[in-house]
Design a protein around this ligand. Structure first.
Ligand code: PLP
Length: 442
């Protein structure tokens, strides 16, 4: 706790280093408050401006956040080896963990046969000179995207969706720039935006995607980028509908000052049609990860976009990390081409739909409103997240507190359905009615 950790230093650099060191060591945990600027200045015998400068640097690096009357606090996942798990109550024996946001490992395609087939015809080692996006992978990716209405003439490959988004933001924006993100939205994206020194502007999201007035307000606030989750929005399950896409396309048409990023992370797992915005702005990118349908450890996403945007991402990668291993690219290609894997992914999509819809329906039958139109999560509004997380943990369920995903959105908990089976749903729904009604912890 901040009360126990003594921040030291007589310059802003030393003070921010002292806070960073406290975070690294775990003495300052996610959510811990830092002392008020004047109080710390008094303690350290420095001017308030010196402490304010130290806090500003920490904020720009995404280590802390300042939120009005809540003061300055350590962010949920500061980019210095702090673990998000520190925010969650420690799991107790027998507690089912529904907090993870992971795909169901029982429904991921087995990689062994594909690795064995690759091993049989891998050929000579690939060297620095001959690496790039594999033409065969690019061709299949292009066809798959084109079938969904995404013009993918230009594309590259990144180490997952978030890697692609990081590269896009770094290539187009500068620290201090504002970026519009869904609220509630994906916690890791909020952490990334903070770590890049960007300012997140929340856009309310409903079942049909980011709200039009919300996007309008974000544009008026001068955002330089807008990130939209196409389907299986995390945490609410929203998917951009045809009507919402039409409205947003009208609003965004021709905006030369805005980078539009679409994140289609669930890809084949989302069984609603894609309504892309791709191409409506001169600078755009559409990122499709393989993590959810094929496995997060594959670390691969396809990034399509306008020529300049794709060239920036690919060119910057070339002078840095280089490329996504062609071994990995071959593995993904093998999965995409395998009809049995395609069947498994379709079965997985149906299974998530049944469990998610089943939970939403079981909650509705108990008078509890929840969202979860697509994907692997259900978002349940609650009066008090701490109470809800505690009540549910005592009933045997670990869920994620909504605070990780919210800017101005109202409190809720996120439930990942991957570890659930359909017979579990009534008991979980029963357990959820208590915190939703505002019950105290047992
Ligand atoms: C909205 C969103 N985008 C992307 C991802 C996956 O990203 P990656 O490809 O980096 O694994 C997730 C995973 O939970 C997500 O929720």
């Amino acid at each position: 706790m901040a009360a126990r950790y003594q921040i030291s230093g007589s310059t802003s650099a030393a003070i921010s280093a002292s806070v960073e060191s406290g975070i690294r060591a775990g003495d300052l945990a996610p959510g811990d408050p830092l002392p008020a600027v004047r109080a710390l200045a008094g303690e350290l015998g420095v001017s308030p401006a010196t402490v304010a400068k130290a806090y500003q640097v920490l904020r720009q690096r995404g280590l802390v956040a300042t939120a009005g009357r809540h003061g300055t606090r350590v962010r949920p996942r500061p980019p210095v080896a702090a673990r998000r798990a520190a925010l969650l109550p420690p799991p107790r024996p027998g507690v089912r963990d529904l907090s993870g946001g992971q795909p169901d490992p029982r429904l991921l395609p087995p990689l062994g046969p594909h690795l064995a087939a690759l091993a049989a015809d891998i050929g000579p080692p690939t060297g620095y000179a001959s690496v790039a996006v594999l033409p065969e992978l690019a061709a299949v990716a292009r066809d798959r995207l084109a079938a969904d209405g995404v013009p993918a003439t230009e594309l590259t490959v990144t180490g997952g969706a978030l890697d692609g988004i990081e590269r896009l933001l770094a290539a187009h924006l500068r620290p201090g720039d504002a970026v519009a993100v869904e609220d509630p939205g994906w916690a890791n994206l909020l952490d990334l935006v903070a770590a890049l020194g960007l300012r997140a502007v929340g856009v309310p999201v409903d079942d049909e995607g980011p709200s039009e007035p919300g996007v309008r307000a974000a544009l008026a606030a001068g955002v330089r980028a807008l990130i939209v989750t196409s389907r299986a929005q995390n945490p609410t399950g929203a998917a951009v509908s045809a009507d919402r896409a039409a409205a947003l396309r009208t609003l965004l048409a021709g905006r030369a000052d805005l980078l539009l990023i679409e994140d289609d992370h669930a890809a084949e797992l989302a069984r609603v049609p894609l309504h892309p915005l791709a191409g409506v702005t001169p600078a755009w990118a559409f990122v499709r990860s393989v993590s959810k349908p094929y496995g997060p450890d594959l670390r691969l996403a396809v990034l399509a976009g306008d020529e300049a945007t794709v060239a920036r991402v690919a060119g910057r990668a070339r002078v840095g990390a280089g490329w996504v291993s062609t071994v990995l690219q071959r593995l993904v290609l093998s999965l995409w081409r395998d009809p049995a894997t395609g069947d498994l992914v379709r079965r997985a999509a149906g299974s998530y739909d049944r469990r998610r819809d089943g939970l939403v329906a079981a909650l509705a039958a108990r008078g509890v409103a929840a969202s979860g139109r697509t994907g692997i999560n259900v978002w349940v509004p609650v009066p008090d997240e701490t109470v809800a997380v505690t009540v549910l943990r005592d009933a045997g369920w670990s869920v994620a507190p909504g605070g990780l995903y919210r800017i101005a959105a109202t409190p809720a908990v996120r439930i990942t359905v991957s570890p659930l089976d359909e017979p579990d749903l009534p008991a979980l729904a029963d357990a959820l009615t208590r915190p939703v009604e505002g019950g105290a912890p047992y």
